[in-house]
Design a protein around this ligand. Structure first.
Ligand code: ADP
Ligand code: ZN
Ligand code: MG
Length: 475
């Protein structure tokens, strides 16, 4: 029998604030173990947490990026649990009154509603040493600010879930609140999944798969669960409400604990922290500082700039890239040609050199000037590519670079004629073949002539002259 999957995600995103959420310890990834913790993030008796205002602002930015309502009043709660990754034995989170609610994110596969976004603190990390039979605790991550993004169960396929995580990651990066590196754990995902028969009115019993840290494992875990749960229902057995773990190596999920064994978190209002009260003005100020989100840029690039959907997607995939493009077209508003040179040439070179878009060593204006030289016929297309390589190594003014390195189109008719004549003379066999009707060799002769002229050869002029001279030979 075929079933309809029902999927909801809980996404944990580490906020990239300088310091932790309730103390002034650094919040950066890594570092020598246990060097970024203080009595406050260890929750020692007598210490008091103070809310980092930057964290509140980042959470609001995240909410705005995901189309949420921002709640002017939110508050913190204690979630009690005893596990060695958390020295306080409780986590400060927002249970009753989260900072953001009711968002919506459009992705391929259908829109997904966001139920809530709340602020909480991360726990430490345990390193299990099987050789020694011990577990070591690193508390640097304790108190690193997190937001948890909870979706409604609107997702129906693994593909849609992956699209959503990708889109949320992109928006958080655009908003500048999270670097969304799944491999470093700054974005982690729990998947809730159930299935129900076609036409059913009620959701089935769900399993929750914890802590997925790549798009690939999100997709594979979902597909595995759909199969596992379908087989259970087909066999007339119930799905048990469980927390499960996905194992990459074996491509399967295994049970961690069932509902009966679930923790009782005994939530209660955090007595040491006052509720967070925002004003309309503060929220408006934060909203005014938000950048344009990718979806709206994609639309603008397609409708106003006439780019293909594929190019618009590529150019907006990362904000520094989109910003670079916009700064370049502000200088040389040939939207399609700048886009083509970026997608076709610049991106490949970034990839080859292992550079991120924010590491491009020249300015968007310099890039635009280079495209302009090529569009204006002052530099041949191939030479523009060579100049782009030069820009990477010695960023500077493309006009000057083209002049000093001899890349400006060579307009000397005598030099051109000498080169073409020389090629015809040196290649009598090819010329003869051409005369016998083999058009193929034209390209070869072209190539020889362009090579002879070297930098600054103008393929168009070479082509015209070569055609003309071959006719003369013909006649
Ligand atoms: P809890 O309070 O038990 O954590 P929530 O209502 O907060 O449950 O839901 C947690 C996540 O589980 C949300 O992402 C939600 O969309 C998802 N979810 C809820 N019910 C189901 C279901 N029957 N099938 C799949 N996902 C579900
Ligand atoms: Zn601290
Ligand atoms: Mg929940």
């Amino acid at each position: 029998m075929s079933y309809i999957p029902v999927i909801g995600l809980e996404i944990h995103a580490e906020l990239s604030t300088h310091s932790k959420v309730f103390c002034t310890c650094g919040a950066q990834f890594g570092g020598q173990e246990n060097t970024r913790c203080c009595p406050r993030c260890a929750g020692l008796p007598g210490t008091l947490p103070v809310v980092n205002k930057g964290v509140v602002e980042y959470a609001v930015r995240a909410g705005l990026a995901l189309g949420c309502r921002i709640n002017l009043l939110s508050s913190f709660d204690r979630k009690n649990y005893f596990y060695p990754d958390l020295p306080k034995a409780y986590q400060i989170t927002q249970m009753e009154r989260p900072i953001c609610t009711d968002g919506l994110v459009e992705v391929e596969g259908g829109p997904v509603r966001i139920n809530r976004i709340h602020i909480e603190e991360d726990a430490g990390k345990l390193i299990h040493d099987d050789m020694e039979g011990v577990s070591l605790a690193d508390y640097n991550r304790c108190g690193v600010p997190l937001i948890e993004i909870v979706t409604e169960p609107d997702i129906k396929t693994a593909e849609q879930a992956k699209n959503l995580v990708e889109e949320i990651a992109r928006r958080l990066k655009y908003a500048g609140v999270c670097d969304a590196k799944m491999e470093e754990g700054s974005l982690r995902c729990d998947v809730n999944i159930s299935i129900m028969p076609q036409g059913a009115k009620e959701y089935g019993t769900r399993a929750e798969i914890k802590n997925l840290n790549s798009l690939k494992s999100i997709g594979r875990a979902i597909n595995y669960e759909i199969k596992r749960q379908s087989a259970l229902l087909d066999a007339g057995k119930p799905v048990i409400q469980q927390t499960r773990r996905y194992n990459d190596n074996h491509d399967r999920t295994t049970a961690l604990r069932s509902k009966e064994e679930a923790h009782d978190y005994r939530y209660f209002p955090e007595p040491d922290i006052l509720p967070v009260q925002l004003s309309e003005e503060e929220v408006r100020r934060i909203a005014d500082g938000m950048p344009e989100m990718p979806a709206s840029r994609i639309q603008r690039y397609e409708t106003r700039y006439g780019l293909s959907h594929a190019d618009a997607l590529l150019l907006t995939s990362e904000r520094p890239l989109a910003d670079f493009y916009e700064a370049a077209v502000a200088c040389h508003p040939n939207y399609q040609s700048v886009a083509a040179f970026m997608v076709g040439e610049l991106l490949r070179r970034l990839n080859d050199r292992g550079l991120a878009p924010e590491e491009i060593p020249f300015t968007p204006v310099q890039f635009a000037q280079l495209v302009k030289l090529s569009d204006g016929g002052q530099v041949a297309r191939n030479d523009a590519k060579a100049l782009l390589n030069l820009l990477f190594d010695a960023p500077g003014d493309p006009q000057e670079l083209a002049e000093s390195r001899g890349y400006l189109i060579n307009t000397d008719p005598q030099a051109l004629a000498a080169a073409v004549d020389g090629v015809l003379k040196e290649n009598p066999k090819a010329v003869a073949e051409y005369r016998q009707g083999s058009a193929k060799v034209f390209g070869f002769l072209m190539g020889q002539a362009v090579k002879k002229i070297g930098r600054g050869a103008d393929p168009k002029a070479v082509k015209t002259l070569l055609e003309q001279k071959l006719k003369e030979v013909d006649g």
